[in-house]
Design a protein around this ligand. Sequence first.
Ligand code: ZN
Length: 453
Amino acid sequence: MPKSLFAPTALLPEGWAQNVLVEFDRSGIITKVHVGASAPQDAVQCQGPVIPGMPNLHSHAFQRAMAGLAEVALNPEDSFWTWRDVMYRLVGRLTPDQVEDIARYLYIDMLKAGYTAVAEFHYLHHDSDGRPYADPAEMSRRVLRAAERAGIGMTLLPVLYAHGGFGGRPPSDGQKRFIHSTDGYLKLQETLAKDCQGPGRRLGFCFHSLRAVTLEQIKEVLGSSADDRPVHVHIAEQQKEVDDCLAWSALRPIEWLYDNVAVDGRWCLIHATHAEANEVTAMVTSGAVAGLCPTTEANLGDGLFPAVDFAAAGGRFGIGSDSHVSLSVVEELRWLEYGQRLKHERRNRLHDANKHVAGYLYRSALAGGAQALGQNMGRISVGSRADLVVLDGQHPLLAHVEKDDILGRWLFAGLNRMVKDVMVGGDWVVQDGRHADEIEAGRAFAAAVKAAI
Ligand code: ZN
């Protein structure tokens, strides 16, 4: 007997529909979507609009431990780089148990915000002396286990981090827990392939940044597998990074990447913040996803991605919570739009031919996020994973609105708490705004952070 739910209204790929019966099999894959159905007695009756769960395309789980603690003006030149020094001090102390406890509670908070899968950009590999653990995949397995325990989908992106600057410069002492040779990295990928099989799991390639790898390493890693696994990289977050890349190669980072590597739809360019018109065109043409993390980019003073031009040209994008200074689909999408409003001194900047900003933002981030994670999600349609969010249909702001105005209310006037129920792979992981393990996981998180900072 298939499991099923009945939605009074649901966001389908072809648009909003009424009285939708969704059936899914034991592995959590949607097997039937029936519009205009009458509610069968054995189906779960959702008490609000049902929308696809959001992929979170960029996370460094351990950074949640320091979220909100770096907001002290100790240096008039505070920037990403001074923040990074604070982050490295935290990194120096974290144990595998602490990382798992921090990640588990983080992922529970993600689920409560409406994210149903996360791409974990994982570079904290080794012990505090920079030596591999007895199991070199120890830390990777801890974040996978945290995702399993929380009930969130995961694309694991073990990071190749080999150098401390453009042109193969040696890494600094603060980076010693991150460092791999190409061979060591490819072994890690091989080891993790089995761990990343099964529903809601995916393995991807990941280069920390163009600062951290050489072209030879990129080519060797990409050439090691014929499959279509996702490829992520931090690309152009900081003006200093652009300046350093220009000094080294006479090209900007995005230019350099497209000049040297065949970038396609497998790629996700995280923080393509500093992109000129020719770089925007290259990204759009290649079908790569721009990985945008508006709250972290704002928090770190990175700059603003040229989202209006990118969207007008048909570029693909998704959202990530990155440093986890905020865990909110609402905030990421709202600030993506608001950044452009502040820049252009105009309203309603990001939309398509339908003109509805919230509808465009949510649909685009679903599609771009699913592509970036390499996962079959982000759509309420046959063959997709049943990753669903039920918004609170009893909330006064959501009563009496329909279609994309539901998303407009939630994203521009609402809060995380409008997320009522969340399903991942056919299982309810958040019900009535609560996750079954949140109290216990919260205590473990607090203890881990107390010990680590
Ligand atoms: Zn990042």
